[in-house]
Design a binder for this molecule. Sequence first.
Ligand code: HMG
Ligand code: MG
Length: 297
Amino acid sequence: AYPEMVRIVEVGARDGLQNEQSVSTAQKIALIDALAGAGLKNIEAGAFVSPKWVPQMADSLDVIAGLSVPSDVELSALTPNVKGAELALQSGVKEFAIFTAASEAFTQKNINCSISESIERFIPVMELAKANNIRVRGYVSCVVGCPYQGEVQPEQVLDVCKQLLAFGCYEVSLGDTIGVGTPNKVQNLLSLLLANIPRDKLAVHFHDTYGQALANIHKALEMGISVIDSAVAGLGGCPYAKGASGNVATEDVVYLLEGLGIYTGIDLERLARAGWQICDALNKAPVSKVSLALKSQ
Ligand code: HMG
Ligand code: MG
């Protein structure tokens, strides 16, 4: 059965903008404020990663300091190591996100270490979080396929998910980083995971490279998953997954959920306006069919 309500985790300002060029700090602030205005309650606001690796996220401290979102909006940021966690703490976000992958090759390219080394690095991040009452979300990338080593087995995903949960993550988000998943592959993966992990500890994070994200989300909803990551206007990609396109567009997800009678608390019109605002700044159109359709009405 479908869940009654879904929590959307808006990742456009991070996953989206980490892969877009020349967005000013003020434009990022305006985007996140507009997303909060549209009713989004979980917003990933930036990444405390090496500015040499991802220069687009170098102003995350200033972005977060400039926000004026209501106090019930939960902001999070990526923290790959203790240095990132210290900066995130300074920023005042109440949620860290640690990230690794189900593929060794991708982990090396993305964070320059092995999967087990990444888990080691997260130990002090988790300690800092616990000492400061911060919750920690975990990401597993390449849950269906990897741009460097091809197909990824569900057992490998389960293994990494279990480690992150045992470690103290409140939730693990399953990243189809290069968007190669199809509903039957998602079903296969989730069947194994749900036999071993409580449903409410899993989120899905689909990139739309092959146009399958909404179909995959529908499958995940049917299997009871109630947390969905998405990016307004379908922004972005991943700098370490060549050819990857953006996340599924939040507008499209909200339209799907409304059609299924599932509560989101999001104002679709305002959300679409937030998308157009950032796309105007980027000098492109949203990658969201719903947004384009609303605009042409
Ligand atoms: P490294 O080079 O192995 O680390 O990078 P290092 O400790 O040797 O540090 C190198 C330099 O970076 C040093 O500076 C550090 O101070 C600095 P230098 O002495 O050379 O001047 N540094 C930092 N600066 C700011 N903040 C930090 C930080 N850490 C080190 N936190 C590292 C390792 C993890 C830092 C690097 O590989 C990195 O930043 N990777 C980030 C990659 C990234 O952001 N990828 C995109 C996000 S993940 C994603 O998109 C997938 C997801 O959406 C899910 C999905 O779709 O699958 C989540
Ligand atoms: Mg992603």
